[in-house]
Design a protein around this ligand. Structure first.
Ligand SMILES: [Zn+2]
Length: 343
């Protein structure tokens, strides 16, 4: 049995209000990796908090080496405000804002924006101890869960495989183009570029919990703890893993405008060629059009999402609305690349 203690990171807002971010710490007697798991660095991406709550009993019962630093609500002020960043207004950029987006702000600034101050507090208190990072985020529910790893970082790639999700992607960087680290950067880049390792996961679904996704997250974390020999047992794998770097995809476009009603499928599910994906009810003449899968593969995107990417105006309500215009992508089916040099 390992003791789990609740500890705190101290941060302060731009108005100098102090606040504390609680985290769980467990340490084994035997030396080993120090795994930092951050969840909800974006306050609307909260599924990882439940993942960590469920993983904790296994750590308490069986941590055999190293240390765990689990931060279920890393951006706790944004969580309390039920929004992505501490300072956030609808219509502001979500992803590419490297002033307010804590995920783009590492190593942060002691006297910067609220997001930069939060990154700085982590950078001072937790990052020096951690050797491995597991950063838990959530995409919109129309996008499948995915794990991101660093090309050439063998432990990162092994952790990505151990996550046992359907989709994975590895990212390159070219040392001849730029010397790393380049600040500000993401937390994961900071780890990779300072000789450490880890993965970033995006589960499917923001602003709430989805049992299927939480279970995916629990399996991914437990598997990584086993891979690192911090917990006993073997890595559990079942589904084929698709490296998106090498995969092919087919986008399914809406043939006309209307309301897209999906069937009982979820992101990451397998689909057969010709399988019914849903219907579009035409807003002009009420004709209905069935939508079929043009190829066999796996659902990388399922449902309508618009305004995504790095330069978007973010409105969580309208981007999820099922009214589609002609030509809009309503599903993306990915196939191939089950095995590559990396698997
Ligand atoms: Zn995020």
């Amino acid at each position: 049995m390992s003791d789990i203690t609740v500890k705190y990171i101290n941060a302060r807002l731009t108005d100098e209000t102090q606040y504390r971010i609680p985290y769980w710490e467990a340490r084994a007697t035997e030396k080993g990796p120090c795994l930092l798991i951050t969840s909800a660095l974006h306050g609307n991406e909260i599924q990882g908090a439940e993942v960590l709550r469920r993983v904790l009993p296994a750590v308490r019962a069986g941590l055999q080496r190293g240390a765990c630093l689990f931060v279920p609500m890393a951006n706790i002020m944004a969580v309390r405000r039920r929004q992505p960043h501490i300072d956030f207004e609808l219509g502001h950029y979500y992803g590419s804002d490297n002033i307010n987006n804590v995920n783009c702000a590492w190593p942060g600034k002691a006297d910067g924006s609220n997001g930069q101050r939060l990154a700085h507090a982590f950078y001072q208190d937790l990052l020096p101890q951690a050797t491995h990072l597991f950063d838990l985020h959530c995409y919109s529910r129309c996008w499948a869960a995915i794990v991101y790893a660093r090309t050439g970082n063998e432990t990162s790639l092994a952790m990505a495989r151990a996550c046992a999700l359907r989709f994975a992607k590895h990212g390159f960087w070219k040392p001849e183009i730029a010397k790393r680290p380049i600040f500000p950067c993401t937390q994961s880049d900071l780890f990779y570029d300072t000789g450490r390792t880890g993965v970033t996961i995006e589960l499917s679904g923001q602003y709430g919990f989805c049992e299927r996704e939480v279970r995916r997250g629990v399996r991914a974390v437990l598997n990584c703890l086993r891979l690192l020999r911090m917990l006993p047992g073997e890595v559990e794998r079942d589904d084929p893993l698709i490296w998106l770097n090498d995969a092919q995809e087919v986008q399914v476009a809406a043939p006309h405008s209307g309301l897209f009603m999906p069937v009982e499928l979820n992101t990451s599910d397998p689909v057969e060629k010709g399988m019914l994906l849903g219907h579009i009810l035409d807003d002009r003449d009420l004709r209905e059009t069935p939508i079929h899968a043009p190829v066999k593969g796996y659902l990388h995107q399922y449902g309508v999402i618009r305004g995504v990417g790095r330069n978007i105006v973010f409105d969580p309500m309208t981007i999820m609305h099922p009214f589609v215009t002609e030509g809009e992508t309503i599903a993306v089916i990915t196939f191939g690349a089950f095995s590559s040099a990396l698997t």
